[in-house]
Write a protein that binds this ligand. Structure first.
Ligand code: C2E
Ligand code: CA
Ligand code: CA
Length: 621
């Protein structure tokens, strides 16, 4: 057989195995067993093993060893771990980190492997070795090792095959890391770390479920009780934040063990706020009984720091369906009722009713003001510079919308984006931002003051608009801006739907020359296979994961797994919310590509960006 035919035969066998549904669903040990067995059979090799590098990078440990029965295609699998140290075998470790493959045909005299002769090759009667390092992205993570009992010269098809096996294992690693980080993320996104209670996100999801259920069953009542501790701030100021946390944890425990009829879910939804859901609390008497129990369990004295304090809570109550047709509306009613309770003094209970919905009216005013502001082009855009860790240069910036409200002054997006979303204004707002950015870029070009590319945030409403790329293309032409001057950021949430419009939209933006990033990464749910099929070139790690780095080990682990995942997918990583030197050092050391945050600069008005972060003309390619 020609080398070509053998080459094709090998790769076909690997593709057939690794794409089979059984293989994909198998666990890691089974996958490695099947791979080593395949290598042993096709290459007629006596021993095939997979080794893992430790985090200190000075030791490899065998994970699986397939030993062929002499004269047979079957064999046995051994999963006991043996260990090799870099100090005993420096030449071999050096080769692992630098070579794509170690093809030691005469293993006993090859400088890279001869150190193994006495204690290993002699004992096991090994003459030739073919090893391929496994790289997860650019980082060495292990090695596939083929050992032969006869002296043999490794052929090109054999060498290329063992490299393909190493790549396959690297993909398995990426997928395993991914699943591990998903499990961590699931915990982080659904639970509160101080009390171990579910958080606001879980109660949202639970409400959606319950409401869906009650629509299909007959209309069953759901009760939301919103509990806000009174004057926790006074405690924090007087006894310190630790005492404050102890009080929250104690009250969480009491509420957790409280018996309440129809009780469904308890969550900590904010600093000193809890929510309790009740199901089928048909009579008001059940609800008021529950409220009484809640109040008295909170009132019971708490001992902290050699003191005894007594807490009270303001409580808002509302019901589905009368006080809100969906989860968000119900949460809003609960909060409104709680605020009302609070404003009438401490330890009050307020049931929601239409008369107290004053904030809804003010929200409505804001809505029409915002609509006008968009149409009259009163929205402004600020820019926050983004640094490249390799060069220390500011290579791009993010456009962040601002609204100068005639009475309230400068408003940040968190204060008006929800209003825009509820009023269906996100498309218009998004277009206004892109237009303003292009206008600025045209002005910068006119003054011959180059501007680094600008990343613009896209709302999910925009990504799902099938005219998106067409509109953007038109704006670019109108202002004489090139596609590669704009990047777009899309949140994980916005791409969770599986629509063709989404894919077409994103591809059309790339065709205009724009780069795409996934924003707030880590806070939503993306599947690895979907990410691979969408044209993103960057991941932005959400600020919430950066905040407590390097002290918080969970956050470090999550950030590391995101970095690893991005490497595996060939994507660059931007960390946002970099506020301290410690953040910067840690992220740089772990190989994060870009950094953004208050440490470098707050978002700046256009003129100030040009002044404070000028771009050398030669810096833009
Ligand atoms: P984002 O996309 O995650 O933007 C980053 C936010 O983090 C910005 O808040 C920025 O000012 C803030 N930030 C930057 N560095 C730091 C830091 O070191 N520490 C802290 N604590 N914060 C930092 P901003 O401008 O208030 O924007 C909030 C969000 O509003 C953005 O979050 C984005 O989701 C959304 N947004 C802003 N502009 C637009 C827009 O034009 N269109 C759309 N659809 N959304 C926008
Ligand atoms: Ca963003
Ligand atoms: Ca973010």
């Amino acid at each position: 057989m020609s080398e070509n035919t053998i080459f094709i035969e090998f790769h076909e066998a690997l593709a057939k195995l690794s794409h089979s549904q059984d293989f994909i669903n198998d666990n890691r040990e089974r996958k490695l067993t099947l791979l080593t067995e395949l290598v042993s059979r096709l290459l007629n090799a006596g021993r095939v093993s997979v080794w893992q590098l430790n985090t200190a990078r000075n030791q490899i440990t065998s994970e699986i060893l397939f030993v062929a029965k002499p004269g047979s295609t079957t064999g046995t699998v051994d999963t006991t771990s043996s260990v090799l140290n870099s100090t005993d075998n420096p030449a071999y470790f050096e080769a692992l980190t630098t070579a794509r493959v170690i093809d030691a045909s005469s293993a006993r005299s090859d400088p890279r492997t001869q150190a193994f002769t006495k204690g290993y090759f002699d004992v096991l009667d090994i003459h030739s070795l073919l090893d391929a390092p496994i790289f997860d992205g650019s980082r060495l993570s292990g090695v596939v090792c083929i050992e032969s009992h006869t002296l043999r010269r490794w052929t090109l098809p054999e060498i290329s095959f063992v490299i393909a096996i190493a790549d396959t294992i690297s993909l398995i690693n990426t997928h395993d890391n991914w699943q591990r980080s998903q499990r961590q993320l699931d915990y982080v996104t659904h639970y509160d770390s101080l009390t171990g209670l579910p958080n606001l996100q879980s109660i949202r999801e639970r409400l959606t479920q319950l409401i869906r259920k009650s629509r299909t069953d007959d209309q069953r009542r759901i009760t939301l009780i919103w509990i806000d501790l009174d004057r926790l701030k006074t405690v924090n100021d007087g006894l310190g934040a630790t005492a404050g946390n102890m009080i929250i944890a104690e009250i969480a425990n009491r509420l957790r063990s409280l018996y309440v009829k129809g009780r469904d879910k308890l969550a900590r939804i904010g600093g000193d706020e809890f929510a309790l859901l009740l199901r089928n609390a048909e009579s008001d008497c059940t609800v008021s009984d529950a409220l009484q129990r809640i109040q008295s369990c909170i009132n019971e004295p708490i001992h902290v720091e050699n003191r005894t304090v007594s807490m009270t809570a303001s409580v808002g109550v509302c019901h589905y369906p009368v006080d809100g047709q969906d989860g968000e509306a119900l949460l809003r009613s609960g909060e409104t009722a709680m605020y009302h309770a609070k404003s009438s003094g401490r330890a009050q209970i307020q049931y929601f009713n239409a008369d107290i919905d004053t904030s809804a009216r003010s929200r409505f005013v804001l809505e029409s003001e915002l609509r006008n502001a968009i149409r009259e082009r009163q929205l402004e855009v600020y820019y926050q510079p983004i640094m490249d860790t390799k060069t220390g240069r500011f290579v791009s910036n993010e456009a962040l919308v601002r609204w100068h409200h005639p009475e309230r002054g400068w408003l940040s997006p968190i204060e008006f984006l929800d209003v825009a979303r509820n009023a269906g204004l996100m498309l218009e707002l998004g277009n206004a931002v892109i237009e303003r950015v292009c206008e600025h870029r045209r002005e910068a070009a006119r003054r011959k003051q180059p501007m680094a590319p600008t990343a613009v945030n896209l709302a999910s409403e925009q990504v799902l608009d099938d005219q998106l790329a067409h509109k953007i293309g038109k704006t670019l032409r109108q202002y004489g801006v090139n596609g590669n001057e704009l990047h777009f950021e899309v949140t994980e949430d916005a791409i969770k739907g599986d629509s063709n419009t989404l894919k077409t939209s994103l591809n059309a933006l790339v065709a205009l020359g724009c780069q795409l990033s996934i924003d707030d990464f880590g806070t939503g749910y993306s599947s690895l296979s979907r990410l691979k099929h969408l044209p993103f070139s960057k991941l932005k790690i959400d600020r919430s994961f950066i905040q407590d780095i390097p002290a918080d080990k969970d956050d470090c682990a999550i950030t590391l797994s995101i970095l690893g995942l991005a490497r595996g997918l060939g994507m660059q990583v931007v960390a946002e919310g970099v506020e301290t030197e410690a953040h910067k050092h840690w992220l740089e050391a772990e190989g994060c590509d870009h950094l953004q945050g208050y440490l470098f600069s707050r978002p700046l008005p256009f003129e100030q960006l040009l002044q404070s972060f000028p771009v050398a003309a030669d810096a833009l390619s």
